[in-house]
Design a protein. Structure first.
Length: 114
């Protein structure tokens, strides 16, 4: 019986940690909604339809879902050219994607160790 209680306690602590981590990531303000991303990158918006952005960004950038809204990292946009992530950023995303989920990647990029 205590094994079950321990498992519930661990699951509860993990849920609290995940919620706090997600709030910290979103509080950074480094995330764009799909309409905001399209407004920043009008050439991309012209090429793409309004559905399922992850399908056509295909590894060039990643997104997180928070409270039913899809967000994209502002830091994956080249500020000078206003284009999607450089090849270097795409390589980092590709490596991280094999090791963690999108929230893990978001936390990694938000950390001081990234």
């Amino acid at each position: 019986m205590s094994e079950i209680r321990k498992a519930r306690n661990i699951a509860g602590r993990e849920a609290i940690f995940q919620s706090k981590a997600q709030s910290r990531v979103m509080a950074s303000g480094d995330w764009l909604t799909w309409p905001e991303l399209n407004a920043l990158l009008p050439a991309l918006a012209e090429q793409l339809s309004a559905g399922a952005p992850g399908r056509y960004l295909d590894g060039a950038i990643f997104s997180i879902n928070y409270e039913g809204v899809e967000y994209f990292p502002r830091f994956a946009i080249e500020s000078q050219s206003l284009t999607i992530a450089s090849l270097g950023m795409q390589r980092v995303i590709a490596v991280l994607a094999t090791r963690m989920n999108v929230w893990g990647m978001a936390l990694w990029f938000e950390s001081s160790n990234s």
